[in-house]
Write a new protein. Structure first.
Length: 396
């Protein structure tokens, strides 16, 4: 006997290469795992509880695979100053930019960081997000980086939400290491990564590989440290220039390379061959008024899996709507509906190294998102509004 079965629903299972549509379908769960998926008329047994979905659509619970959700303060004042004509260099010189967030985050307690993050997470959850990646990266010292990760872990403990933590200590160079970038990369590799590993706080390690951040050798040092501690790795890269991040990520076997606005076709093909995922972040392109776009045609040609995420952060993508990112992915990057929706389900799961979710299939976690829509394309079509009528996390 099943624990629960959802009936009278249309399913977008993400099985196969497209949406895996099952009209008038059903999903059954036992002990938090999907036990059966298929047409309503073929449900193979009774259930202790039956849920009539009234013709709603069921998708795998959405996965936001790239966020910077835990930080102190905000940068709305800088947004206003830029609109008034002040350039970013002047803002940086005056102590703004990422370092203003670093100061606010260093000054915040773990409880304060959690309190600020909770409503942000709830906003994403309301749209159907059931798994959320949260990066550190605004401490830029070991103690604060670990404090951010602890706050992220608590976020997952306090909410019906699966939280994946990523150590991004190699996000920028802190002011106390100005002019000594290699020394800071060495600190991250030799102190921060081991400390996060020892505390069990990091599910992944990330590095910002960019002419504005860390070069091949410095990024490689941090990625090698992650490997020594058996922690999967990721890269921010090829955002402001073609820095060879796609190829570097492929050589290091990272889970994903994120941004990729200026990655070349050879690097993208190398990623595909290495099994990496491309994480597309249209919110940052929009907010920064970026004219470069990821080479989607080259990604398709290479067979590279594409994920879509909010990149929620205070500086370049203050976006708390994964549904809006679906629309932006389609309008800015010209993704198809199937590519966009797979980008926040099965491919987002792959970007986090999670094989137990992202599809509606027997044996996987029963994470579901229910929507009052006529067809899945509506999730990519509407600007504003929220058709989500329910979430299920591990069958509950």
């Amino acid at each position: 006997m099943f624990d629960r079965v959802w009936l009278n629903a249309n399913l977008a299972s993400m099985e196969g290469d497209a949406l895996g549509i099952v009209e008038d379908g059903a999903v059954a769960v036992t002990a938090g795992r999907i036990a059966w998926v298929g047409p309503r008329g073929a449900v193979p047994g009774p259930a202790r509880e039956t849920v009539d979905c009234g013709g709603a659509w069921i998708l795998p619970g959405l996965i936001d695979c790239h966020t910077h959700l835990v930080f102190g303060g905000d940068r709305a004042d800088e947004f206003e100053r830029r609109l008034a004509g002040e350039d970013y260099a002047a803002i940086l010189k005056a102590g703004g930019g990422i370092l203003s967030t670093v100061r606010a985050t260093r000054a915040a307690s773990e409880d304060a960081l959690l309190a600020a993050a909770l409503p942000r997470a709830r906003t994403l959850m309301a749209e159907g997000v059931t798994t959320l990646e949260v990066k550190s990266g605004y401490g830029l010292d070991t103690a604060t980086e670990l404090r951010q990760l602890r706050a992220a872990r608590r976020l997952g403990a306090e909410l019906p939400l699966s939280v994946v933590t990523t150590l991004l200590a190699a996000h920028a160079v802190p002011p106390e290491y100005a002019g000594r970038r290699a020394d800071y990369a060495r600190l991250v590799a030799e102190e921060t990564v081991p400390a996060a590993a020892a505390a069990g706080l990091a599910d992944a390690v990330d590095v910002f590989h960019d002419p504005l951040a860390f070069d091949d050798a410095e990024a490689g040092r941090v990625l090698d440290a992650a490997r020594r501690h058996a922690i999967p790795a990721k890269l921010h890269g090829d955002q402001h220039a073609d820095a060879g991040s796609a190829a570097l990520g492929a050589r290091h076997g990272v889970l994903s390379v994120d941004h990729l606005e200026r990655a070349d076709a050879a690097g993208l093909a190398a990623m595909a061959a290495a099994g990496c995922v491309a994480v597309l972040l249209p919110g940052a392109c929009y907010f920064l008024r970026e004219t470069a776009r990821p080479d989607i045609a080259a990604m398709r040609t290479a067979g590279l899996r594409m994920a879509v995420a909010t990149d929620f952060n205070p500086g370049s993508s203050p976006a708390l709507s994964l549904l809006l990112m679906l629309n932006m992915g389609c309008t800015l990057f010209r993704l198809t509906v199937a590519e966009a929706l797979r980008g926040v389900t099965v491919n987002a799961a792959a970007a986090l190294g999670l094989a137990d979710r992202g599809r509606l299939a027997p044996g996987l976690r029963c994470d579901l998102a229910l929507y009052r829509i006529a067809r899945p394309a509506e999730l990519c079509y509407w600007l504003g509004g929220n058709p989500c009528i329910g979430r299920v996390v591990e069958g509950r």
